[in-house]
Design a protein around this ligand. Sequence first.
Ligand SMILES: Cc1ncc(COP(=O)(O)O)c(C=O)c1O
Length: 394
Amino acid sequence: VHPASPPIDVARARADTPGCLDLIHFNNAGAALPTTAALRAQIEHLELEARIGGYEAHDAVADRIQGIYDSVARLVNGAPTEVALATSNTAALDLFVYSLSWSEGDRILTTQSEYGANYVAYLHIAARTGAVVEVVPNNEVGELDVEALKRMIDDRVKLISVNHVPTNGGLVNPVAAIGKVAKAHGITYLVDACQSAGQIPLDVEEIGCDALTATGRKFIRAPRGTGFLWVRQAVLETIDPITIDHDAATWTSPTTYELKPDASRFEVWEKGWAGLLGLGAAVDYALDLGVDAIEARITEVSDSLRERLTNEVPDAVVRDLGSTRCGIVTFTLGDRDLGALTQELQEKGINVSVVPPGSALLDSEARDLPPLMRASLHIYNTHDEIDALISALS
Ligand SMILES: Cc1ncc(COP(=O)(O)O)c(C=O)c1O
């Protein structure tokens, strides 16, 4: 990776991250450590609400609230009016997929590595509407096989919905190549960027997707309970949201309403603005550094961890798939009890996590995967921290 932005100043990144003082955090795919700026943005807004009132505080920071939409739009290279703020990836994704108009026999094509929350929503839609869910096979390196996707296309394919990066490994799916297939056939295309947003540069034009979802708390380093849905303007105009309120639609007469012309048709009026201002601050921090530089740093440390696990830790087997691998490193350690080990590591001040097979059930079954230990790295993780993990595991 050759970033155009200057390389990450790791000492500075750590100084900007209060959590780095106390612990070694390798659970960034769970929830990453926030910057001081993201933390302050939340606290200051909560204090303002307490001092002057919640509605009044909203009005007082109206410009900064607009700034959240502008920043998220820059993160994905879309327009601010195409951004709906949400509470999580799942909330954003569900709103989009449930809002499509489904008919019996419609086909949903997805990935073997699809996340549990997404997959059960597709199954739920299928059970309610007669749509069918089908999985595009992987290619020889474990990415969604674009040639196989092409062979599966017919006029019943209503939605292609894929993760960019799965929950259970460093795999990066070929989202732009998938986008070309979707576009050639005029099929609605949704990308779950939950694990890629904030660690891999995103460009909805290059990807060619119609909708993209993300959560705040992972690689974007925003507060919990935040996320967003981006929907292309030409597509959102055609979608009748599954639920609305009088912010998503204007109540025009006792018997009529008019949906908003932009992505606000996917929002509800009430929001946790402190958290969302934290999201805005976190996105701004990433944009200031350059997501290309963030990706380069994450690639450097995560490749180093993979290599060291393989070479230095007895019984460690790295389970990541794909031709390019990102900041999520998953591995097994013989028949060690990973839950107990995670607890032991946490007592030593090292956070990792365990991915249960049910998080990505199809992939776990296809590869016969037990629970996986997951170490997910961010820019503030250092080679010294990797030393500490390797020696604790060894
Ligand atoms: C690939 C992927 N998609 C979706 C989600 C769901 O995100 P959220 O918990 O914000 O709804 C996750 C969470 O781990 C994930 O890893």
